[in-house]
Design a protein. Structure first.
Length: 176
């Protein structure tokens, strides 16, 4: 019975650690921003953008590679909840994810079999001159990992030279 209690206690500590960690803010970061990580699946070539916490740990245990902090996003608790939504979508047919701020694009993908994972994060996409552009690129030859998001103009340009299509600025982000 003690072992069951310890297992339950350990599981709760792990879950709470992820929840507490989900809004981790570094000391050198504006206290209104949280980290958004980019992780990479070397088997499929797919990248995901996810907040700190349990999902990062779960994917790392599944052999995804953390590429560190991709950028910073505003905290979403009031009074910062007025930011537009970035939705994460998933297609079970190909195992691919995509992110969009467009309700029309999300609805179109859902209509052809994608699942809407809901709000990935909120972003100041409507505010001009806020943050740094995050570019969205599309690989027409990929079955998985067909969309890629980066703040790096060098990475963007390298992917374009390799045949990716530049879909422009997806949203703006912060470097700290």
């Amino acid at each position: 019975m003690k072992k069951i209690g310890l297992v339950i206690l350990a599981a709760m500590a792990f879950i709470m650690g992820g929840v507490i960690n989900a809004h981790q803010v570094s000391a050198d970061t504006d206290p209104l921003h949280e980290r958004l990580y980019r992780v990479y699946n070397p088997n499929s070539g797919e990248h995901l953008l996810i907040p700190a916490g349990w999902e990062v740990l779960t994917l790392e245990k599944a052999r995804w590679k953390s590429e560190g902090v991709a950028f910073y996003i505003p905290l979403t608790e009031p009074p910062y909840s007025g930011y537009p939504v970035v939705q994460r979508l998933y297609t079970p047919n190909a195992g691919d994810h995509n992110y969009t701020t467009s309700d029309f694009e999300a609805a179109s993908l859902v209509s052809i079999g994608w699942n809407n994972d809901g709000t990935a994060f909120r972003f100041p996409v409507a505010k001009e001159n806020t943050g740094v552009p995050v570019y969205r690129l599309y690989n027409p030859n990929a079955k998985v990992g067909s969309h890629h998001f980066t703040m790096s103009s060098f990475e963007r340009d390298s992917l374009i030279k390799a045949g990716w299509i530049n879909e422009g600025i997806a949203f703006n982000a912060y470097t700290k």
